[in-house]
Every structure is written in structure tokens, then in C-alpha cells.
Unconditional design. Structure first.
Length: 259
């Protein structure tokens, strides 16, 4: 049983302020240690529940947070690339775990809520349904018939995941206080919750179904400013909806990165 762990940083346990996820800030290094601890808890729980192979990928700012010497040596590590957010994911995997994730842009009390870019993306829709990174990543995994089986992050993220994916296992490790701050459970409790969610998911993995939006899919992106929409009008098939919104139709989610 092969399991893929895609880790972001905003939803990692103990991350409670923006400075911890900013690469050049002094608090980023300790934040990476927190991330490694969550990843190792998920890896260990996966193997304990029967996984035969685990791949971990760091999606925050295109990777760089995972320090491989500190990672559980039973797992393998990779980084996303321009073409694929989960490079080695294919139909041989049994499930995806979205670790340390956050709610979509515009979510009340979603800690550091955003969708792909906190500087430019305002609202994102697939086939008319508002989605965040959970939906984008689940649709990509669904292309390979691989379900998202567990998530971890704040309460707002968990509510979004359940609304979109149904009975996905959720490890809630924090609660947003507005957008910029969060209150967190202790590290031991967070890791207990992560281990429990991962273990429960793997022990009943056949109950999960891939997330597969109907194809061809209509992708609609609203930006913060009209010039940001201007910049996306070059490729063929892109339609201008209004000053800040662009739309296109895609035939498949293969190679999908949101836009």
C-alpha cells in the first residue's frame, strides 16, 4: 500500500503566526522543525497501519522546508516541479494525505487562508464551485484515481475538506483567531491526532473515493486587480469574464496546478 503525503506549512501544528512560514524570517527555521515533526508522525502512523511505501512532498513555496536527515528514513522525499505538484503520484498509490493545510481564500477564521497565492488569487472555482488548494490537489490526485484520505490543519480547513470530500479523516490541530493568529493544541496532542487520523484512514482505505470533477472542466479565477487578469490573457482559450476574472476550459486534470 503506497501513500503520498503532500505537506504545506500554514496548517502545521504549533504554527500560530505568519512569521513562522516566511522563509527569510528568523522564526522560519523553528517552524520547519515543527513541520518535520508532523511529517514524521504521519509517516510513522502510515507504516504502522500497513503502508509499504510512503512518499513525502513539501508544497510550501515549492519546497525547501523538509530537512531530509531529520525525516523518517523509511520514507522518500521529493519536491514539486513546474509541471506536477506531486511528481511521482500515479495509479499505484492507494491514498493521499494533505498535511498542514489551510482553508481557501476568504474563509472566516481560517488561519492564513489563501488559495495558491495570497498576493493575487481572490477566488477560484472549478465547474462553478468555490475551491481552495484542497480541491485543486484532490482533483489532481483524482486524475490518477487516488483519493484524499486524511488532512491536518485548522478547524476551518477541516470544515472545508469535509464539505468537499465527505468523510475524509481530519486532524484539527489549531483554530484561527481571525487570519493572522491561531491557538494550537500541544505538540504531543497534535501528533496523537495526526496519528489517529492517518491510522483510521489506512485501516478503512477502501471507503474513500477519488475526487473527480466532471470533464471538460471550467476553471474560473478572480484576481485582486485587473492588471493581474491582463497578465493571464495570453494563452489560447482564456476568456475574460470581467475586469478581475478569467476563465478557461480544461480537458483533463493531468499536469494541473490550478491555472
Amino acid at each position: 500500500m503506497k501513500i503520498y503525503i503532500l505537506a504545506d506549512m500554514e496548517g502545521i501544528s504549533g504554527i500560530r503566526m505568519r512569521e513562522q512560514v516566511v522563509r527569510d524570517h528568523p522564526m522560519h527555521g523553528p517552524g520547519c522543525d515543527l513541520m518535520m515533526a508532523d511529517i514524521n508522525a504521519a509517516i510513522d502512523a502510515a507504516f504502522e497501519a500497513g503502508a509499504t511505501e510512503v512518499v513525502a512532498c513539501d508544497t510550501h513555496m515549492m519546497g525547501g522546508q523538509i530537512y531530509v536527515p531529520k525525516m523518517d528514513a523509511r520514507a522518500v522525499y521529493e519536491t514539486p516541479n513546474a509541471g506536477r505538484m506531486m511528481p511521482s503520484l500515479d495509479q499505484s498509490f492507494s491514498g493521499v494525505i494533505l498535511l498542514g493545510h489551510h482553508a481557501r481564500a476568504g474563509t472566516l477564521n481560517g488561519f492564513l487562508d489563501h488559495t495558491m497565492s495570497s498576493e493575487s488569487w481572490f477566488e477560484y472555482r472549478i465547474n462553478g464551485q468555490a475551491m481552495g488548494e484542497i480541491g485543486i490537489e484532490a482533483a489532481y490526485a483524482g486524475h490518477f484515481d487516488v483519493p484524499v484520505i486524511a488532512v491536518s490543519g485548522d478547524q476551518a480547513m477541516a470544515e472545508e475538506a469535509r464539505e468537499l470530500l465527505g468523510d475524509v479523516e481530519c486532524a484539527v490541530v489549531k483554530w484561527g483567531i481571525g487570519r493572522q493568529r491561531a491557538k494550537c493544541v500541544s505538540q504531543p496532542e497534535a501528533h496523537r491526532r495526526i496519528r489517529q487520523a492517518v491510522g483510521n484512514a489506512l485501516k478503512s482505505i477502501r471507503r474513500f473515493a477519488p475526487f473527480k470533477p466532471s470533464l471538460p472542466a471550467t476553471i474560473q479565477l478572480t484576481l485582486y486587480r485587473s492588471d493581474m487578469a491582463d497578465d493571464r490573457m495570453g494563452p489560447p482559450g482564456v476568456e475574460r469574464v470581467d475586469a478581475r476574472t478569467v476563465r478557461k476550459t480544461i480537458p483533463t486534470f493531468e499536469g494541473f496546478r490550478g491555472w
